[in-house]
Write a protein that binds this ligand. Structure first.
Ligand SMILES: Nc1ncnc2c1ncn2[C@@H]1O[C@H](COP(=O)(O)OP(=O)(O)OP(=O)(O)O)[C@@H](O)[C@H]1O
Ligand SMILES: [Mg+2]
Length: 309
């Protein structure tokens, strides 16, 4: 993924860990262990998405791929509910924390029905020319959440599947549509509407909710992408032929945080050269030092950050 796309992708599940936590964490020397569980969770989400995108080139969206993606999603996540890549072998229930199987608003099908249900679900996943793609996508999502095939991570996986399905169908050229932000903003409605499909057969309101979300998120993403591309053009002209600074600028569209150490790594140059490039970007108003320290300085491309936040 490049430029705007990559930065936008961080908005996907960036609600638990703040976007800055995540980007700063990512900027540091890639020491594969993020101590922060929330950051780990979001990074897993991004890794799972990237894995899905790569595999989609050779494998159809299928139960096999779903399990693989779950494996990535739950990697290094602690707890006995993680069981990466495995469908559940016990009964589960969905409800506010503390609820029991008796009090939970929804108890998914017993595990011995899973094979059949998932088999049907997969067949539906492969169906073509029956429903408009977005409608089919909304149904697939609802059914996936209703089956709730994993002990944990069903919500995240279900949201990933929305993007992957639309890519597979050629509706999205790039993973630029993340419904997560919309779902997060309307979480209670989202739960209620999933529930009402079962209790009242109320597909209409679920579909409406889903389609409204797609419209809103798509508009927003187009606006942000336009804005980022405009910024990039404007900044590039200000740098003219300064090739190191230009390379660093591109890097800022991947992650708007910068340090001299990072510039050294990215540009593969000595410390003084890296420092020069960073200072040039600072002089041109593209970077701002944000720590106020004399050592361990950290820079931020605020206009980029403001656009994605
Ligand atoms: N009443 C309901 N009926 C069906 N599915 C529901 C209902 N309420 C919630 N869900 C689904 O269950 C998901 C939560 O399941 P789970 O805890 O396995 O996933 P998660 O990825 O850990 O959670 P989250 O979605 O909060 O990130 C919700 O995101 C939603 O999609
Ligand atoms: Mg959960």
């Amino acid at each position: 993924m490049c430029d705007a796309k990559r930065v936008l992708s961080f908005r996907i599940e960036g609600t638990r860990a703040s976007l800055s936590d995540l980007l700063i964490n990512e900027m540091e020397e890639p020491k594969q262990t993020a101590e922060d569980q929330d950051v780990q969770e979001v990074r897993n989400y991004v890794a799972a998405m990237e894995h899905g995108l790569t595999r989609l080139r050779t494998l159809p969206l299928s139960l096999r791929l779903v399990r693989e993606i779950h494996g990535r999603l739950m990697k290094r996540v602690r707890g006995d509910r993680a069981t990466p890549g495995e469908f559940r072998r016990s009964q589960n229930w969905i409800g506010p924390s503390g609820s029991t199987i008796e009090t939970a608003p929804y108890v998914p099908p017993p595990q011995e029905y899973l094979d059949d249900l998932l088999g049907d679900w997969e067949q539906f996943l492969h169906k073509r020319n029956t429903f408009p793609d977005l409608i089919q996508c909304a149904i697939i999502h609802e059914q996936f959440e209703a089956i709730h095939p994993f002990l944990d991570g069903n919500g995240r996986l279900g949201r990933l599947l929305i993007t992957l399905f639309l890519i597979e169908r050629g509706r999205l050229a790039q993973p630029l549509l993340y419904l997560s932000a919309y779902i997060e903003a309307h979480r209670q409605d989202y739960y209620d509407l999933l529930q009402r499909v079962r209790t009242h057969g109320d597909w209409k309101n679920w579909l409406q909710f889903f389609l409204t979300g797609v419209t809103e998120i798509a508009r927003e993403a187009v606006g942000q992408a336009d804005h980022l591309m405009g910024l990039r053009e404007k900044f590039r002209t200000r740098l003219q032929d300064k090739s190191k600074a230009l390379a660093l600028l591109d890097e800022l569209f991947l992650n708007p945080y910068m340090s001299v150490a990072k510039a050294e790594r990215v540009l593969k140059v000595s410390n003084p050269t890296a420092r020069q490039a960073v200072l040039l970007l600072q002089r041109k108003g593209m970077l701002e030092e944000i720590t106020g320290r004399t050592w361990g300085k950290l820079y931020l491309a605020k206009p980029i950050m403001d656009t994605i936040e």
